[in-house]
Design a protein around this ligand. Structure first.
Ligand SMILES: [Zn+2]
Length: 572
C-alpha cells in the first residue's frame, strides 16, 4: 500500500482502532526516503502523530470530564492501551529510518539525539513488560481512586477532606488527617505487593536494555542528557544543608503563632494568621474572569491567549460529580491549542493550580510555531519551568481590583505559597533520594526494608514536625505519592524547575517586563535547544550548585519574614 492521504481532522480518528491507523505508518515505512523527499516525509509523519495524539487527547479529556460514561471510557482506553503503545513502537522504526539517512539541520539536532537514544534502549522483549506496568498503574489508580472515608456520616472521596485539614479547630484537623491516612494503612499490603511486581519488571527491563539497574536506565529513557545521578546527589545535599534548616525555622514561626508546644502533622495546612481558609472566588465565571485580567497584567499577549481559551471552550475548571480528580493541561497538537482541566472548589490552591496550568498552556501556544511535533515538547524540566515561573510572575497581580485578594488576604496567600516552595523542595529531595535507594540497593524489592528506608530518608530532610507514635502514618506518605508507582523518577524535575523559576522571579523583582519577555522567548524555543540553553534564554541557570541554591532559599525566606512582620503589624 502506498501514499495514503491523511485525514484532514483528528475527528476522523475518534473511533479508530489500531488497524485504522497502522496503514499510515506502513506507508511511511515504504515510501521512498532520500535527501529530496526527507522534508515532506518528516512533515507527513509529524502530521500523522499530531492527528492521532490529538484524537487520543480528545478521548482522554472527554473521559476525565465524564468518567461515568462507559462509551467514553472505552474510547479513552482504546487509545491509551492499544493505539498509543503500538504507535510508539512504529515511531522507533521510523526514527531508525530517519537516523540512517544522516540528514540534519540545526533545529533537528535535539530531535535526532532523542531518536538515537530511543533506538538504542528499545528492546522488543520490553514491550510486554511495559504493557504489564501500564496495567499495574491502572490497578494503583483503581485502588487509590476508590478510597472513601466516612466523614460526618457521609461517604466521601479523600480530596474532599482537604478543607478540614485547614480547619482552625485542631481536633477537626487531627480527625481529618487520621481519616485521610487510614485507607492507606488498610491497603498497605496490597500496594506493597503491587510495587514488588513493578520493581521486578522495571529492574528486568533495565537489564534487558543493558543497564545495571532501573535508575541507570531512566536517565537515557527520560532524555536526561544534561545532568547525572551525581548531580541529583548534589541536589539532595544542598537541600539538606540549606532548605531543611529554613523549613525548620518556617515551622517554628508557625508553632509559635499557633501557640502550640509541638507541631503535629495535622498542624501544617491551617493558615496561622487568617484562621479560616480564604475564599478567593464564588463562581467559575468569577474565577476565569479574574484570571483573564491577571494574565493581561503579566503580558497582554498571554491575556489574549487565555481569552482564546475562554472563547474556544478550552477550560473545564469546576469540581462536578463524575469528573476525574486532579488537574492537567493537555496539548492539542493538530490545532495548536492547550486544554486545562481541574476541580476548583474556591480555595487559594485552585488559584495557584490555574496559574500553574496556564503556564503550561502558554508554553503550548508559544512552541506551536515550531513546525514538527518533536520540536515542541522539551521535557518536564522545561515544561515545569514554564508553569512554576507563572505561579511566581503572576503573584503581584493577584490583588484586587484586578485579582482575587484584598491586600491582607494576598499577603497570607503569598506567604503560604513561599512556604510551600521550601516545603516542596524538601519533599522532592525525599522522593528522589528514596527512589534512588529503591533501584540501586539490594533491598529495594523488600517491602519492609523500603518502609524503613523511607523513614530514614524522610528524617534526613524533614525536621520540625513531631511524628512520635505516628510511624505508620509517616510511612503511608510514600504510598500516596503516585509518581513512585506510575511515573518512576519523575520528581527531581520539579526541583530543577523550581530553582529555575525562583531565578526568573528574582529577575522580575528588578525588571518585571524584561523577565516576562525572556520567559516568553524561552517558551517559544520549544524543544529545539538543549535544556541549559533553554534555561539561559529564560534568564536562569540549570543548577545543582549549593551556593546558588542557598541564595535562592535566603531570598524566599527573607520575603517570608517580611510578610510575617506585615501580617503581625496589621493584626496588632
Ligand atoms: Zn506541571
Amino acid at each position: 500500500m502506498t501514499t495514503s492521504v491523511l485525514p484532514t481532522s483528528p475527528a476522523a480518528f475518534a473511533k479508530a482502532t489500531w488497524d485504522d491507523v497502522a496503514p499510515y505508518f506502513d506507508d511511511l515505512v515504504e515510501r521512498p526516503l532520500d535527501a529530496a523527499t526527507v522534508e515532506a516525509w518528516l512533515r507527513a509523519w509529524s502530521r500523522l502523530e499530531e492527528l492521532v495524539t490529538e484524537a487520543a487527547a480528545q478521548a482522554m479529556i472527554a473521559y476525565t470530564i465524564d468518567t461515568s460514561d462507559p462509551e467514553k471510557e472505552k474510547d479513552h482506553l482504546r487509545f491509551s492501551t492499544e493505539i498509543l503503545p503500538r504507535m510508539e513502537e512504529r515511531s522507533v522504526e521510523l526514527a531508525r529510518r530517519f537516523v540512517a539517512l544522516g540528514h540534519s539541520t540545526p533545529d533537528l539536532v535535539t530531535t535526532l539525539a532523542r531518536f538515537r537514544t530511543s533506538i538504542e534502549i528499545f528492546r522488543e522483549a520490553n514491550v510486554p513488560l511495559f504493557s504489564e506496568l501500564e496495567e499495574l498503574s491502572a490497578r494503583y489508580q483503581r485502588i487509590t481512586g476508590s478510597m472513601m472515608v466516612e466523614w460526618e456520616g457521609v461517604e466521601r472521596p479523600l480530596p474532599q477532606l482537604q478543607p478540614f485539614l485547614k480547619s482552625p479547630d485542631r481536633a477537626v484537623r487531627e480527625r481529618a488527617f487520621r481519616a485521610s491516612t487510614q485507607p492507606y494503612l488498610e491497603e498497605r499490603g496490597a500496594l506493597a505487593g503491587l510495587f514488588d511486581r513493578m520493581f521486578y519488571l522495571r529492574q528486568q527491563a533495565a537489564r534487558n536494555a543493558g543497564f545495571a539497574n532501573y535508575r541507570d536506565y531512566v536517565f537515557p529513557a527520560k532524555f536526561r542528557f544534561d545532568y547525572t545521578p551525581a548531580d541529583c546527589e548534589r541536589f539532595h545535599e544542598a537541600v539538606e544543608r540549606a532548605v531543611t534548616p529554613a523549613v525548620a525555622r518556617v515551622l517554628e514561626h508557625r508553632r509559635v503563632r499557633l501557640g502550640l508546644d509541638v507541631l503535629r502533622p495535622w498542624d501544617l495546612a491551617v493558615d496561622p494568621y487568617r484562621g479560616a481558609p480564604l475564599r478567593p472566588f464564588e463562581t467559575v465565571d468569577e474565577f476565569v474572569g479574574k484570571a483573564r485580567r491577571v494574565f493581561d497584567r503579566v503580558d497582554p499577549v498571554l491575556g489574549g491567549q487565555f481569552q482564546t481559551m475562554i472563547d474556544e471552550r478550552l477550560l473545564d475548571l469546576d469540581s462536578r460529580k463524575g469528573k476525574a480528580p486532579g488537574g492537567y493541561c493537555e496539548t492539542l497538537h493538530f490545532r495548536g491549542r492547550p486544554f486545562i482541566f481541574m476541580n476548583a472548589v474556591g480555595l487559594v490552591d485552585d488559584v495557584m493550580t490555574l496559574l500553574h496550568e496556564a503556564g503550561h498552556a502558554f508554553h503550548a501556544f508559544a512552541s506551536h510555531r515550531q513546525p514538527l511535533i518533536w520540536q515542541r515538547h522539551p521535557g518536564s524540566e522545561a515544561a515545569e519551568l514554564a508553569s512554576m515561573s507563572m505561579e511566581l510572575l503572576a503573584s503581584p497581580h493577584l490583588v484586587q481590583p484586578t485579582g482575587y485578594f484584598s491586600v491582607e488576604d494576598h499577603r497570607s496567600a503569598w506567604l503560604e505559597h513561599l512556604e510551600d516552595v521550601l516545603l516542596s523542595l524538601v519533599h522532592i529531595a525525599s522522593v528522589d533520594a528514596f527512589q534512588t535507594w529503591i533501584y540501586t540497593s539490594p533491598d529495594g524489592g523488600d517491602a519492609a526494608a523500603r518502609d524503613e528506608a523511607w523513614l530514614r530518608i524522610r528524617s534526613r530532610f524533614e525536621r520540625g514536625v513531631d511524628w512520635s507514635g505516628l510511624e505508620r502514618e509517616r510511612v503511608a506518605r510514600w504510598y500516596r505519592q503516585l509518581h513512585i508507582f506510575m511515573y518512576p523518577f519523575y520528581y527531581i524535575e520539579y526541583g530543577i524547575a523550581q530553582l529555575g523559576a525562583l531565578q526568573i522571579w528574582r529577575n522580575s523583582l528588578r525588571d518585571p517586563a524584561e523577565a516576562v519577555a525572556r520567559y516568553r522567548e524561552a517558551l517559544a524555543l520549544g524543544a529545539v535547544r538543549s535544556l541549559p540553553e533553554m534555561y539561559r534564554a529564560a534568564g536562569a541557570q540549570l543548577t545543582f550548585d549549593p551556593g546558588l541554591i542557598g541564595e535562592l532559599v535566603d531570598l524566599v525566606e527573607h520575603q517570608g519574614d517580611r510578610i510575617r512582620t506585615e501580617l503581625r503589624g496589621a493584626a496588632a
